[in-house]
Design a protein around this ligand. Structure first.
Ligand code: MG
Length: 432
């Protein structure tokens, strides 16, 4: 039974993610854990799901520590003092969704083996009901946000710059504006009242959704704009001219700041070459697409920095959980030295072309096999996630969609990207 995706359990509240399921997740998790810290973002169904998970944990004898309404990085940081963490969040998904994400004490999300253990217990209904006098207890941990802020401040100096923060109605409103004010910033907030209906914008912090932030940064003559997703593990930025920075640009700017010579940086396989070219002398390692895979590889390699262009930045000195709040504080430190637009101008610019080809799900495996043998002659092939071929002046990635009947093609090149993209698209079409 597959309940977990790459980012935990997520789906439509009361239809896909129900109290029944949440109760079972709590019962399964409580079987092997003595203590669990639990928090939630402002999703409308969040408290309902949280209470069901709590009941399940307690029935198995696990003590529950509640931190209330927090961001995912705050919860993951709080997990350091307990056997595990539980975050009720649907991250950047639309408002009707809710979800459950499980955390280890080191800030690492449950990996696929741990998730399968939970799924197996639920499938076999292999639950434990402790005796009446062993039922878990609930306590409240009031200082989770304060402790998270203090940890970040011990790594960041701050600056008296003007910053606009768009929390999108999400959990970032509990922490980022307060932190940046403590760091000496003049903070202007947008959409920082928590509201699980997300009335102002879709929670995903992309170029289109952050239109209000871009406008506000210009109108208030701010030096920086920060946008979060619903649970603030993600963070994207807008420069002093109100221009949104792409995820690849952000990744390169953070990596340059974080990495000295001979560093190891971990990124997903669809990341731009600008990251490689921005870090001469360092090693860039590719993983499957998904921040959990990036975090796992970083831990294995003891990497210096890693991230995903979607807005997830992982700083191993603090945690393996992407921390959009810490990233915002760090960006203030970066921007006080040099304007964000100038930092972007220092990066190389390469054109990227993307397209999709319709392919029936049942045929995907066979088609990918045929494509693989044809692409093998073009350069160095890797099969980490789809097929990536690296050439001297560019790369292509051919990847079957996980959710739709499509195959995705991405091509990036220092020159003649149209030619490269057309050639690969022709090969893919020929294999259908
Ligand atoms: Mg998120």
């Amino acid at each position: 039974m597959k309940l977990f995706g790459s980012s935990g359990i997520r789906g439509l509240a009361n239809v896909e993610v129900t109290v029944d399921l949440a109760l079972k997740v709590g019962m399964a998790l409580g079987k092997s854990k003595k203590t669990a810290v639990i928090g939630r973002d402002p999703r409308v169904a969040g408290e309902m799901i949280e209470l069901a998970v709590i009941s399940g944990l307690m029935s198995a004898g696990c003590d529950v520590i509640r931190v209330g309404l927090v961001t995912t990085p705050t919860l993951a940081y709080a997990a350091r003092n307990y056997d595990c963490g539980v975050m009720i969040t649907a991250s950047h998904n639309p408002a009707p969704d809710v979800g459950i994400k499980l955390w280890n004490s080191d800030g690492m999300a449950f990996d696929s083996v741990q998730q399968e253990e939970i799924e197996n217990i639920i499938e076999k209904e292999d639950f434990v009901y402790v005796s009446w006098n062993m039922v878990g207890k609930i306590s409240i941990y009031e200082n989770a946000v304060r402790d998270h802020i203090d940890m970040i401040r011990s790594h960041s100096t701050g600056a008296p710059i003007r910053v606009v923060i768009d929390c999108g109605g999400g959990a970032g409103g509990t922490i980022t504006p307060f932190l940046l004010r403590e760091m000496g910033c003049e903070v202007i907030t947008l959409n920082s009242q928590l509201d699980g209906h997300f009335p102002a914008r879709n929670p995903e912090p992309n170029d289109k959704n952050l239109w209000m932030l871009k406008k506000a940064v210009k109108e208030f003559e701010a030096e920086l704009g920060i946008g979060h997703d619903g649970d603030a593990d993600r963070m994207m930025a807008v420069d002093e001219n109100g221009i949104f920075l792409s995820g690849d640009e952000m990744l390169a700017i953070f990596a340059r700041y974080e990495c000295k010579e001979n560093a190891t940086v971990v990124v997903p396989v669809d990341t731009s070459m600008i990251v490689d070219d921005a870090l001469p002398g360092s090693t860039v390692i590719h993983t499957k697409v998904g921040d959990v895979y990036v975090a796992e590889e970083m831990k294995k390699l003891k990497a210096d920095f890693g991230g995903e262009p979607s807005g997830s930045w992982i700083f191993p000195r603090i945690s393996y959980c992407p921390d959009g709040i810490y990233a915002a504080a760090l960006l203030v430190d970066i921007v006080k030295e040099k304007k964000l637009s100038l930092l972007r101008d220092e990066l190389p610019k390469y054109p990227t072309l993307r397209s999709t080809v319709v392919c029936d799900n049942s045929k995907k495996a066979k088609v990918m096999e045929a494509i693989s043998s044809k692409l093998a002659t073009m350069g160095d092939v890797s099969n980490i996630d789809g097929i990536r071929v690296d050439m001297e002046d560019g790369w292509v990635l051919v990847r079957p969609s996980g959710t739709e009947a499509k195959i995705r093609i991405t091509a990036e090149a220092r020159k003649n990207v149209e030619e490269l993209h057309a050639k690969v698209e022709h090969i893919v079409q020929g294999c259908l």
